[in-house]
Design a protein around this ligand. Structure first.
Ligand code: NAD
Length: 281
């Protein structure tokens, strides 16, 4: 099944599977089980983060799978917390800790988890990311939850264009402007909470009707919509049947009528925090 997942070529030539497996809100031990099930089902891309506190459990599953390292695509993220302004050494320490927990000597993608622009330190963090990338310990570097204005600063003041921006994106929050900005600058759009966290989106009558029409599930319709838009997508589930179901979206196609019907579901309403104001310690 893994061969059926197409890849996106990132702006530095690295190939990233268009569909991967997310593990937010999965405890460390459960992550070993869920990631194991996902790898068995055919997923090759796993999305974790330092703050999820399951890098160790994820790493265990990667090691136990016996899948060659170069067939896996592992993403983790810097949790640039604490009240200080982040310096090079802070970033290096956190990156080393993530690699150690994952049991890896490189990750495929390393992301700044949130811009925290009010701290005015993401440019400095990004310059350290550039150093990590040039050492080969991250095959690609990117950001998460960056607004176009934040990206604009990176483009103007640093040298590496982020390969990816991972943002909240689903049919009820379609993010047209950021997607257009990414397309213009060669940044891949990765959708977090692609299923709207399973909170109501999958019961929306339009989605249910399209699912019935194609003899698919609502989750498959939503994931297929992402794929056809060109998004990279990382649905999460700990239920083995759903883990398999969410990967099986490459054998059907939504038609123009379906896409038009989904386009009008956009409510412009976030499930998660607003990146312009979100801060954490
Ligand atoms: P999601 O949109 O993937 O929804 C997951 C939930 O949907 C599950 O917990 C389950 O309740 C339901 N679900 C999953 N498959 C289903 C199916 N086939 N049928 C019915 N219901 C189903 O939500 P998410 O976990 O928030 O997002 C996915 C991943 O995105 C995360 O695990 C994480 O890796 C990443 N993420 C990143 C950020 C960020 O700030 N960068 C924020 C949130 C999530």
């Amino acid at each position: 099944m893994s061969s059926k997942v197409p890849s996106k070529t990132l702006n530095n030539g690295v190939e990233m599977p268009q569909l991967g497996f997310g593990v937010w809100q999965v405890e460390d031990e459960e992550a070993t089980r869920a990631v194991g099930t996902a790898l068995e089902a055919g997923y090759r891309s796993i999305d974790t983060a330092a703050v999820y506190e399951n890098e160790q459990g994820t790493g265990k599953a990667l090691a136990a799978s016996g899948i060659p390292r170069d067939e896996l695509f592992v993403t983790t993220k810097l949790w640039n917390s604490a009240s200080q302004t982040w310096q090079r050494d802070d970033v290096m320490r956190e990156f080393d800790a993530s690699l150690a927990k994952l049991g890896l000597d490189y990750v495929d993608l390393y992301l700044i988890h949130w811009p925290r622009a009010m701290r005015d330190d993401f440019l400095a963090i990004w310059r350290t990311f550039e150093e990590i990338a040039s050492s080969g310990r991250a095959k690609a570097i990117g950001v998460s939850n960056f607004q176009p204005a934040h990206l604009r600063r990176l483009l103007d003041e640093t040298s590496v264009v982020p390969a990816v921006n991972q943002i909240e994106l689903h049919p009820q929050f379609q993010q047209s402007e950021p997607r257009a900005f990414h397309a213009e600058h060669g940044i891949a759009t990765e959708a977090w909470s692609p299923l709207g966290q399973g909170k109501g989106l999958l019961e929306v009558p339009t989605i249910v009707a399209i699912a019935q029409k194609h003899d698919r599930t609502p989750a498959q319709v939503v994931l297929r919509w992402h794929v056809q838009l060109g998004n990279i997508v990382i649905p999460k589930s700990v239920t083995p049947s759903r883990i398999r179901e969410n990967l099986d979206v490459f054998g059907f196609e939504l038609d123009d009528e379906d896409l038009t019907a989904i386009a009008v579901l956009d409510e412009g309403r976030r499930l998660g925090p607003n990146p312009d104001t979100f801060d954490y310690n």
